[in-house]
Structure formats: structure tokens, C-alpha cells
Design a binder for this molecule. Structure first.
Ligand SMILES: C[S@@+](CC[C@H](N)C(=O)[O-])C[C@H]1O[C@@H](n2cnc3c(N)ncnc32)[C@H](O)[C@@H]1O
Length: 261
């Protein structure tokens, strides 16, 4: 990154819309229309049914501490912030996504959200604090070591929300879109737990404007069985299953809420 990418003035009257316009034409997600502001993005991550489902599964969040992994453009942090948690730590590795999150924080006065720039894989293993809730939406299938990630998030919290794509061996071998992205079904072992996964290699990287994947060159997609067994193995035995979309165009996806019991 150049040291001063934004070599320009904003000469308009100071306004919250100016903040969002710093990334004009580069937003993927749109902010709620009743805010009177607009990014021009298309995806409604600021009014996302997955977070509504999570809150139904988890209960009241006021006064709670939340760790969010991979906020992208801050849509879920915005929704969670409105539930009045004491603190949301939200870790984003992609520099332009992180800067967009800061724009959202400033435009919407998200005083209880601390966006942090960095890799959550570097944060979690040495994390010595606990959170009331971890929100891991859209990150498990971007991980090159998803079992280690699940172990870490189960260690730092008794409550975990996951939305993720998962590997379905039948679909991955029959759906041409999926077939071309993945290698064969493989077996792995982590802390005595055997599991199955497919590995995918990213076609694009962080230099691509719309890239929202992981920090590694590859990622492992776990089967749903592997995810559930891992959560139980790491002490999260109470599970609630949310909306599952086996025919999602990018691969089967599911919502899970797990609690230590
Ligand atoms: C697919 S998006 C998910 C966005 C949002 N959480 C959602 O569910 O809609 C994945 C996000 O996680 C970020 N990310 C992926 N791996 C990361 C890592 N190891 N550390 C920090 N951020 C990461 C990406 O840059 C991207 O913003």
C-alpha cells in the first residue's frame, strides 16, 4: 500500500455521507435506507436475517462482550452494536475492508465497536480474555486450518455463532461450478478427531477489488458432520441449527449456534 493513497481534498460541507463517499463505487454492501445515507452497494448485510436468527438463538446482548471475526464492511458490527453490547472487538485483515469499517463506525457512531486491523489467526491462539459471544460469519470456509479455528473460538467463548459454506461430497462432485474449485475429498486428524474436508485454491487474492476471502492461498471446507463433531469435541455440546441452503450457488451453507454445556 502506498503511504498516502488518498491524495485529494474533500471540499464539500462536512457530512456523514462524505465519509461513505471516500469509497464511492467500491462498496459491496448497502447501509439501511432509513439512515438517509447510502454507499451504493447492493448486498443488504446491514439488515441481515442471519444476525436476526443469531439474536433469537442467543438472547439479550446488552452489556455483553462480543468478538467478531472478519467484519468485511461492518454490516454485522452495525447490527450487533445496536443491541447495546458493552464491547465488540471486530478483527479484519483486509486493509481496505478495515478502512471501510472505520468509515461505518464514524458515520454511524458505533462507540462500542473496536475494529482491529490484523489476522485473527494471530490473535486467537494467545488470546487470554473471554467473550460472551463469538460471531464467526463467513470465515470458517476461508480458513486453511478450520479445526484450529473452531478450537480457538470454543476456548474464548461459551457461545458461538457460525454461518459458513460446508462441503457436501455429492454436490461437490456433481455441481460443475463447485467441482472445478476443489480437489478430492480428504481426511485429516486434529487433536484425536478424524474429519473430512475439501481443499480449494483461491483464484483471486487481496489485490482484487471485491476479494473477501482468507489470508492463506488455500482454504479447507469441512463437511457439516466435521463441524458439528468438532464443536462437541471442543465442549460446545448444545447446538441449534439455523437456516440451511443446500443449493446456495457458491456451495451449501448453514447457520449454527453452539453453547458450552
Ligand atoms: C466472506 S467475508 C464475511 C463477511 C461477514 N462476516 C459476513 O458474514 O457477511 C470474510 C471476511 O473475513 C475477513 N477475513 C478472512 N480471513 C481473515 C483472517 N484470518 N483475519 C481477519 N480477517 C479475515 C475477510 O477479509 C472478509 O472481510
Amino acid at each position: 500500500m502506498e503511504t498516502n493513497e488518498f491524495r485529494e481534498f474533500c471540499r464539500a460541507r462536512p457530512d456523514k455521507q462524505n465519509i461513505l463517499d471516500v469509497f464511492k463505487g467500491k462498496w459491496i454492501c448497502e447501509v439501511p435506507v432509513d439512515s438517509g445515507l447510502s454507499t451504493g452497494g447492493k448486498v443488504h448485510a446491514f439488515e441481515d436475517f442471519r444476525i436476526e436468527w443469531l439474536m433469537d438463538a442467543y438472547g439479550e446482548a446488552d452489556g455483553k462482550s462480543i468478538l467478531e471475526l472478519g467484519p468485511f464492511e461492518g454490516g454485522h458490527a452495525y447490527m450487533l452494536s445496536k443491541l447495546d453490547p458493552s464491547l465488540i472487538i471486530s478483527i479484519e485483515a483486509n486493509v481496505s475492508c478495515f478502512l471501510k469499517c472505520l468509515c461505518i463506525k464514524e458515520a454511524f457512531d458505533l462507540g462500542n465497536v473496536e475494529f482491529r486491523l490484523g489476522d485473527f489467526n494471530e490473535y486467537l491462539p494467545n488470546c487470554d480474555r473471554r467473550f460472551d459471544l463469538v460471531v464467526a460469519s463467513g470465515v470458517l470456509y476461508h480458513s486453511s486450518d478450520p479445526m484450529a479455528l473452531l478450537e480457538s473460538v470454543c476456548r474464548v467463548s461459551d457461545n458461538l455463532f457460525i454461518w459458513t459454506h460446508y462441503a457436501d461430497p455429492d454436490r461437490m462432485q456433481t455441481n460443475p461450478n463447485l467441482k472445478k474449485k476443489f480437489g478430492p475429498l480428504q481426511g485429516g486428524s486434529f487433536r484425536g478427531l478424524d474429519y473430512e474436508f475439501f481443499e480449494q485454491t483461491y483464484q483471486y487474492g487481496v489485490t482484487d477489488e471485491e476479494f473477501c476471502g482468507g489470508t492463506g492461498k488455500t482454504s479447507r471446507w469441512l463437511t457439516k458432520d466435521a463441524i458439528v463433531s468438532a464443536l462437541r469435541h471442543f465442549g460446545h455440546k448444545e447446538l441449534r441449527y439455523g437456516p440451511d441452503d443446500a443449493n446456495h450457488p457458491n456451495g451449501p451453507s448453514t447457520c449454527l449456534f453452539s453453547r458450552r454445556s
